[in-house]
Design a protein around this ligand. Sequence first.
Ligand SMILES: Nc1ncnc2c1ncn2[C@@H]1O[C@H](COP(=O)(O)OP(=O)(O)OP(=O)(O)O)[C@@H](O)[C@H]1O
Ligand SMILES: Nc1nc2c(ncn2[C@@H]2O[C@H](COP(=O)(O)OP(=O)(O)O)[C@@H](O)[C@H]2O)c(=O)[nH]1
Length: 226
Amino acid sequence: MSKLFRAVIMGPPGSGKGTISERIAHSFGLKHLSSGDFVRENIAAKTEAGVQAKTYIKKGLLVPDHVMTRLLLPRLEEMTKYSWLLDGFPRTLAQAEALNSACDLDVAINLNIPLETLKERLRHRWIHPPSGRVYNMCFNPPRVQGIDDITGEPLIQQEDDRPEALVARLRHYKDVAKPVTDFYKAKGILYTFSDTETDRIWPYINTLLSTKIPTIQSDARCASTH
Ligand SMILES: Nc1ncnc2c1ncn2[C@@H]1O[C@H](COP(=O)(O)OP(=O)(O)OP(=O)(O)O)[C@@H](O)[C@H]1O
Ligand SMILES: Nc1nc2c(ncn2[C@@H]2O[C@H](COP(=O)(O)OP(=O)(O)O)[C@@H](O)[C@H]2O)c(=O)[nH]1
C-alpha cells in the first residue's frame, strides 16, 4: 500500500509560505492546509474555538496553543486519506509536539528570508480577507488594482503588515520558531531554504519533493483545495 506524504512549511510572515504552498499543491497534488484559513472559517462559523480565536486576533495576538490545536487537529483527522502540506502550523514547540502525537511528518520546509526582503514584500501585500487570497502589487498584482480577481471585492492591507508592527512580529517569530526548527532538525526532517526570491527557492523545493513524493506515494494523490 502506498504511504501518504505529510509536510509542514515554516517561515516568518512574508517569507512566501502561502505562495510556495500553492505551487507545491499544484505541482504535487497535495492538499494545502492553511492554519489562517482554518481560523477564519471557524470565526465565520462561530464555533467555540472560532469565538475564542477572534478575541486574540482582534488584539493582533497569536491564538493560544490549546485553542489552536483544538481547532486544527480535528481537521487533520478528516484528512487521513490525503497527502497534505500544512502552512502556518506549528508556530510554537507546544503545537509541534501536539502535531507530532497526531501524525508522523515526512518533511519540514523552513524558509529563511532576510529581514529587509520581508519588510519590502509586506509593504506591498494586499489581501482579500474572506478568502485569504494574497496579492503583491509588484510580484503578483491583481488584474485591477485594489480588487480581488475572483469576487471583485476590495482588497485590504493588514495593520500588522505595516513596517513598525512587522519588526516586533519578526522578533517574536524568531523566539518561538527556533525551538520548533530545532525539534524538526533533531528528527532529521528539516530542510532550510535561504534566498531573497521565491522563484530561486522553488526549483530546490521542487527537486526535494520530487525525490520524496514518488517513492512514498503513488495512487494517493488528491486535488488541491485551492
Ligand atoms: N499556528 C498558529 N498559532 C497561533 N495563531 C495562529 C496560528 N495560525 C494562525 N493563527 C492566527 O490566525 C491569524 C491569521 O493567520 P495567517 O497565517 O493567515 O496570517 P499571518 O499571521 O498574517 O501569517 P503570515 O504573515 O505568516 O502569512 C494569525 O495572525 C494568528 O492570530
Ligand atoms: N517581490 C516578491 N514578492 C514575493 C515573492 N514571493 C512571495 N511574494 C509576495 O510576498 C508576500 C508574502 O508572501 P506570502 O506567500 O503571503 O508569505 P507568508 O506570509 O509566508 O504566507 C505576498 O504578497 C507574495 O505575493 C518574491 O519572490 N518576490
